[in-house]
Design a protein around this ligand. Structure first.
Ligand code: KIV
Ligand code: ZN
Length: 500
């Protein structure tokens, strides 16, 4: 059985999804989860793009063990040196460099001819190879590149030291049969001199099918993202490709090292951090992916699960109804449960999360895995609190003008305000904005419940915009208005950090 490498680019191409930018702490949290998930390579970012990107790649390289850490670089000396600086301390590090090869890109965007593009690609692979052992090269827009020239470039960069050649379908243009032929032709030429990787975009909804066709034709690495997020229509979805290979090993004669039980947790983390929801009918991680509605199907399932279920929900980590802790659980059990779930927190983070857990246990009888995840991720992605919620009380009703009375610590000072509004959230937000004097506008407001039941933790995600800067905020509480206030304040704190 061939083992296909999973190269996760959620933190790089995924972050290029509109509105998906993540801060350094959030990226670290994602990188740690990707290690638990068992990906082989984490593309942690594009270090030359900004100081923030550099810092994120660098911290991941320094702090996250268990996967190869890659930094992206254009085929330019400055990019490659910056990528090297960012990844150099990782025990396993990779530079991923790229140059377009299609005539469309060369003529209209880069204004160089094919020979110049090939020469530059070779020189930059050599430079990268002088810095690190593990170099990947991508001929961008490969699927619209004339095949004989594409093969010349691939052979030349392997000769120059690239150990992985990635064939990107940059604009999501190819089809499974055509892509399979391209990969086969490359494989026949290069044999085992380098690993063939594929990087498919989803503009025609074919990213996963194209990647699987490439696997059948010799690709040994698939580039993908959690929930399929990424530039435009996104990238090949990690969970779909991994589950297709796992479920149909018999057909593909290939598998990955993905620990599929971590799939649902990874998907939820990405949704929480980026604010990009998963469509309910999405394969594997959509809310309806395991919901059987038809009577005939339900009848079959009751008799024998395999009649209509090709994937066991538990195999992707869906045990949402699993009770983990209750009101009487102590600090020790709490800590043990967190480490079972794969979280390694500092003692201060554990203390803070434990205090929140006790508070929640007073309001909610049963605490589930998802509740714990919410508490912990709030703790791990903590940012300096310019504003803090101290107390909130709201009155509203059908025949009553909603009113909110809020107490907050703002820049070290205790302040109290009362405001009325069109609804309880509106009143609360008016009170907060009169304290913080924010000029931001609310771009998005979303509410969802973390688990089932009327006592469930409600999660609110908001997006704010101020002077061209955007920030997402999260808040969770059994009281949805309190969750909304926390989310708003969290986003304001992020804007305050950015201003500084
Ligand atoms: O889509 C693409 O071509 C890319 C390259 C940088 C690999 O993201
Ligand atoms: Zn891409």
């Amino acid at each position: 059985m061939r083992i296909i490498r999973i190269f996760d680019t959620t933190l790089r191409d995924g972050e290029q999804s509109p509105g998906a930018s993540m801060n350094v702490e959030e990226k670290l949290q994602v990188a740690k989860q990707l290690v638990r998930l068992g990906v082989d390579i984490i593309e942690a970012g594009f270090p030359i793009a900004s100081d923030g990107d550099f810092e994120a790649v660098n911290r991941i390289a320094n702090e996250v063990k268990g996967a190869t850490i890659a930094g992206l670089a254009r085929a330019k000396e400055a990019d490659i040196k910056r990528a090297y600086e960012a990844v150099k301390n990782a025990p396993k590090r990779r530079i991923h460099t790229f140059h377009s090869t299609s005539d469309i890109h060369l003529k209209y965007q880069f204004r160089v001819n094919r020979e110049e593009a090939l020469k530059r690609s070779v020189e930059m692979v050599r430079l990268a190879r002088s810095l690190v052992e593990d170099v990947e090269f991508s001929p961008m827009d490969a699927t619209r590149t004339e095949l004989p020239y594409l093969i010349d470039v691939v052979e030349a960069v392997i000769e120059a030291g690239a150990s992985t050649v990635n064939i990107p379908d940059t604009v999501g243009y190819t089809t499974p049969e055509e892509f399979g032929r391209i990969i086969k032709a490359i494989k026949e030429k290069i044999r085992d001199k380098a690993v063939i990787s594929v990087h498919c975009h989803n503009d025609l909804g074919l990213a996963v099918a194209n990647s699987l066709s490439a696997v059948l034709n010799g690709a040994g690495q698939v580039e993908c993202t959690i929930n399929g997020i990424g530039e435009r229509a996104g990238n090949c979805s990690m969970e779909e490709v991994a589950m297709a290979l796992r479920t149909r090993k018999d057909f593909f004669n290939a598998d990955t090292k993905i620990n599929t039980k971590e799939i649902i947790r990874s998907s939820r983390l990405i949704t929480k951090i980026t604010g990009i929801p998963v469509q309910p009918n999405k394969a594997i991680v959509g809310a309806n992916a395991f919901a059987h509605e038809s009577g005939i199907h339900q009848d079959g399932l009751l008799k024998e699960k395999t009649t209509y279920e090709i994937i066991r929900p538990e195999s992707i980590g869906l045990q949402s109804t699993k009770l983990v802790l209750g009101k009487h659980s102590g600090r020790h059990a709490f800590k043990a449960r967190l480490s079972e779930l794969g979280y390694e927190l500092s003692s201060e983070e554990i203390e803070n999360a434990f205090a929140k857990f006790k508070h929640l246990a007073d309001q909610k009888k049963d605490i589930f895995e998802e509740d714990l995840e919410t508490l912990v991720s709030e703790e791990v992605s903590k940012i300096p609190e310019t504003y803090q919620l101290v107390d909130l009380s709201v009155s509203s009703g059908m025949k009553k003008q909603p009113k909110a009375s809020i107490s907050m610590k703002a820049k070290g000072r205790m302040v109290k305000k009362i405001a009325s509004g069109d609804g309880p959230v509106d009143a609360t937000y008016k009170a907060i904005s009169s304290i913080t004097k924010t000029k931001s506008s609310l771009l998005k407001f979303e509410v969802k419940s973390i688990t089932g039941g009327t006592d469930a933790l409600g999660e609110v995600i908001v997006s704010l915009e101020e002077n061209g800067r955007t920030a997402r905020g999260h808040g969770a509480d059994t009281d949805i208005i309190v969750a909304a206030a926390k989310a708003y304040i969290n986003a304001l704190n992020k804007l305050a950090v950015r201003k500084k």
